[in-house]
Design a protein around this ligand. Structure first.
Ligand SMILES: [Zn+2]
Ligand SMILES: [Zn+2]
Length: 175
């Protein structure tokens, strides 16, 4: 959704609060798509702070399905993000992108809320996602999710790279 900010920009000290729906149905990063399973409205207060600068304050709450790092099952992950920014519209888009984390979600006339939301998710995206602390992951032989039970594969025999290292060690011992 686009918020028209031209009136705020042309009126000294004007401040408006918006509650707007998120229209994105997924967040995409490096070609991976993370569906949004819950997206509460975004609340944003946009204020003309003078000198062609605006502040954006508010809160964004979304739940994304992010695959577990070990077993790849989707983990509904809540991202609760406070927004507090001051944006200098005297600068060109290029200058602002170089300066900050910003993609161009704002210009002299409009604020693109979905782009802002994407930008915030990118900043707050978790480094690590586990479905549970002791997730057992998947069997590297058959791909079974080991949280759901044993598959019966012999995982003691290591993969070829590891057995090469083991051979080096056993040769070493023989010398
Ligand atoms: Zn897992
Ligand atoms: Zn297996």
């Amino acid at each position: 959704m686009i918020i028209n900010i031209s009136e705020i920009l042309s009126t000294a000290k004007k401040s408006e609060t918006y509650s707007v729906p998120i229209q994105l149905d997924a967040f995409t990063m490096n070609g991976d798509r993370y569906p949004m399973v819950s997206r509460e409205s975004v609340t944003l207060t946009i204020t003309n702070i003078g000198n062609r600068e605006v502040s954006i304050q508010g809160h964004i709450d979304v739940v994304l399905n992010i695959p577990c790092d070990r077993c790849l099952e989707d983990v509904p992950t809540r991202l609760s993000m406070d927004v507090d920014k001051a944006i200098d519209l005297k600068k060109t888009d290029e200058e602002r992108i170089n300066d900050l984390d910003e993609t161009c979600y704002i210009d002299h006339s409009s604020l693109d809320v979905d782009r802002l939301v994407s930008n915030e998710i990118l900043i707050h995206f978790p480094m690590k996602t586990l479905c549970r602390e002791d997730c057992k992951g998947i069997c590297f032989k058959c791909g079974q999710n080991l949280n759901l039970g044993e598959c019966g594969c012999d995982r003691e025999s290591l993969d070829p790279r590891m057995s090469a290292i083991r051979d080096i060690f056993s040769n070493f011992k023989e010398v």
